[in-house]
Design a protein around this ligand. Structure first.
Ligand code: HEM
Length: 245
């Protein structure tokens, strides 16, 4: 059987692409949040962590390119599936709205998706490329000198005394602008709603949703998304509240 054309050329194949790319993106955003929460620890932590990621060189580029491909496939599959289902139910203005019984999160997948995409573009411009707030971009700040070693899985990856970029100060200065912080909070709120419906659909597509544990699954996914939102909110929120300085 020719698996690749089937994956791209059939509805179930595209749903599978949505589910698998969605799962990879969920793993990325959770990993990114866990890494970012080090901002609440000693400055050595988040700065050592960012330096370690930058030092990965070609591996970092491979991950970046893989992420771009995954995001591209996710958007492509979502678009084709949406066009297909619109075509299947016809486009008359008075057509019965099938989503009447759907949840808020599921109805607005497309719109929450657009906002998340716009957020990612802004976020890269801000923290990766330095276009959005150049004065507080990491390469325009004084270097930070590591006071202790930074370890990953017990291995020393950044030594005390190394001069690294001050990512912690960049993040705090960035979020000192209330407009930026509020935009982040709204975007991660919508991302959490996107994940809420996405995670449930993912279980369904992969055949892991069963009537017996559907309610339990919904509870676990809801709590997980709420925790994800609060974790992300805590960073700009703490800067705005003056707790993180
Ligand atoms: C409060 C929330 C967040 C904070 C504080 C934060 C912080 C950062 C920082 C500091 C960087 C640059 C790292 C460096 O200097 O090497 C970065 C990069 C990035 N962030 Fe976030 N982030 C947040 C939320 C998100 C979310 C929700 C997403 C995805 C939807 C995301 C996606 C990315 C991506 C794709 C990169 C680029 C990584 C690279 O340069 O290769 N971030 N983030």
């Amino acid at each position: 059987m020719d698996l690749v054309p089937n994956l791209f050329g059939s509805t179930i194949g595209r749903k599978l692409i949505m589910a698998v790319t969605g799962l990879l993106l969920i793993l990325f955003v959770i990993g990114h949040l866990v890494g970012n929460l080090q901002v609440f620890e000693d400055p050595d932590k988040i700065n050592g962590y960012a330096h370690f990621l930058q030092s990965l060189g070609p591996t970092l580029w491979a991950v970046r390119i893989a992420l771009l491909v995954v995001v591209g496939l996710h958007i492509w599959a979502a678009t084709v599936l949406a066009l297909e289902s619109r075509h299947a139910r016809g486009d008359e203005p008075y057509a019965v709205r099938r989503w009447l019984r759907a949840t808020f999160a599921s109805r607005y997948m497309r719109w929450t998706g657009y906002v998340v995409l716009a957020f990612i573009v802004y976020h890269l411009a801000q923290f990766t490329l330095g276009y959005a707030q150049p004065d507080s971009f990491k390469t325009n700040l004084a270097h930070y000198t590591m006071r202790s070693d930074y370890h990953v899985l017990g291995i020393t990856v950044v030594r005390a005394g190394t001069e690294v970029l001050d990512v912690r100060t960049m993040v705090i200065r960035g979020f000192s602008n209330p407009l930026v912080s509020v935009f982040y909070i709204i975007a991660v709120g919508l991302l959490s709603l996107h994940l809420l419906h996405g995670a449930e659909s993912l279980f369904q597509t992969l055949g892991l949703k069963d009537d017996r544990w559907a309610a339990g699954l919904r509870l676990v996914v809801t709590l997980g998304c709420a925790a994800y939102f609060l974790g992300n909110l805590s960073i700009p929120g703490s800067v705005l509240a003056g707790i993180l300085r």
